[in-house]
Design a protein around this ligand. Structure first.
Ligand code: FEO
Length: 402
């Protein structure tokens, strides 16, 4: 574990005091972290009181306390705000409260329940707040915004009124542990790319909740968004605009083709469809699932209305890799409007039935199935040409393009 010590003043008397975890490779046992991640905690020193916003992942408690100590004796903290109870942000609250004996944990009603269950924080150390609450630090004031499901049901945002800084915990975050603190210093485009990956894997299932939260924060005239993963936005509009597009979602006029092939039959169909789409000028992005990190598939799903799955039958069911991609579409509640399946089998089918069962309960419309025994022949290639035409027509008829 490599540690980066130090605090960083991000606004007058507002300090980043978190930890950059450059060595972490995986989150939730699922999400790949090519650039590690950071656990951003923020110290706010008002003229009368001091507050800490969020804490750090287990293993970084000492670093957090050392970083706070650069600015103030942690024992003098008055408040530890818990925006979200997931341990990467909340676990070290108990360590801070053990040092700061007069401090209260500030959180919502649901946050209180979780803090007591997960971290054994006694009820008398918890101050419950809601959207009508204000916590005065003297010349600085904290307000709170309900933001359920971003990313757990108890989630809230904290707003520093005088400085117009939003602390939204996971929302607007990215898994990035780099030298820079600010998106515009690292590069807005590069940060947005990672923010989009983060959105796909963490926030995409909660698009409606995201829309509601965006409506609330857009009214605030924010000067800074300081999430608890990744880089800080000094130009809030950049990330707000993208989150608006992703939560709505505003589609791009394109198709995603995700496939796996065992003896080349499914691949022949995929390539024939790709050719037929190309002839029509229809944009598609193709992912061979044998060498694609699943996060890239998730990221593509954010603004893609049409998905083609190439999934051969294996032992009477869908190839497990294609099944994994299909489960991802369902679990992440991708905004996919239309889906088609290209599949081949040797002696008995089964892939289509398995994929349909998996997608039950979604609103995805099945556009077509092109199924063949063995390698595809003229009849299948003709069907693929018709499918390409159908896809192109459907793409042209969809609203909400950016
Ligand atoms: Fe970064 Fe939902 O915790």
């Amino acid at each position: 574990m490599s540690l980066q010590k130090g605090s960083e003043e991000i606004a007058s008397k507002v300090f980043w005091v978190g930890a950059k975890d450059r060595d972490r490779k995986l989150f939730d046992g699922l999400v790949q972290l090519p650039y590690g991640t950071s656990y951003n905690a923020y110290l706010i020193l008002g003229s009368e009181k001091a507050a800490l916003i969020d804490t750090v992942n287990p293993g970084f408690e000492k670093q957090l306390l050392a970083n706070i100590s650069e600015q103030i004796d942690p024992a003098k903290l008055d408040y530890v705000v818990m925006n979200h109870a997931e341990p990467d942000h909340a676990n070290a609250a108990k360590d801070v409260l053990a040092v700061a004996k007069k401090a209260k944990l500030v959180t919502g009603a649901k946050g209180k329940e979780l803090a007591m269950i997960y971290f054994d924080i006694p009820a008398d150390r918890i101050m419950v707040v809601d959207e009508n609450s204000k916590v005065s630090l003297g010349d600085k004031t904290l307000k709170f915004i309900d933001a359920p499901w971003l990313h757990w049901p108890e989630t809230m945002f904290t707003y520093l009124e005088e400085d117009k800084i939003l602390f939204p915990c996971d929302f607007f975050g990215s898994h990035l542990a780099v030298d820079q603190f600010y998106a515009n210093e690292y590069g807005n485009e590069k940060t947005l790319d990672m923010a989009r990956l983060y959105f796909a894997e963490i926030m995409m299932p909660f698009r409606k909740a995201g829309q509601a939260a965006i409506e609330k924060v857009k009214k605030l005239g924010l000067k800074m968004i300081a999430p608890s993963h990744g880089l800080i936005w000094r130009e809030p509009k950049v990330i707000l605009d993208e989150y608006t597009n992703w939560t709505e979602p505003k589609f791009q006029k394109k198709v995603m083709i995700a496939y796996i092939s065992m003896w080349g039959s499914t691949e022949k169909m995929v390539l024939a469809l790709a050719d037929a789409l190309k002839k029509r000028g229809t944009i598609f992005h193709m992912f061979d699932l044998t060498n694609t990190e699943i996060g890239q598939v998730a990221k593509e799903l954010v603004d893609t209305p049409v998905v083609i799955l190439g999934a051969p039958t294996v032992l009477g069911t869908a190839h497990p890799v294609a099944a994994y991609a299909t489960m991802l579409i369902k679990t992440l509640r991708a905004p996919t409007v239309y889906l088609a399946v290209l599949t081949s089998h040797g002696w008995s089918g089964g892939a289509v039935r398995a994929l349909q069962n998996m997608l039950e309960g979604t609103t995805i419309k099945l556009l077509d199935i092109v199924e063949v025994k063995g390698p595809p022949k003229k009849a299948e290639f003709d069907k693929l040409d018709v499918l390409a035409e159908n896809i192109t027509e459907k793409l042209n008829s969809l609203p909400h393009y950016s």
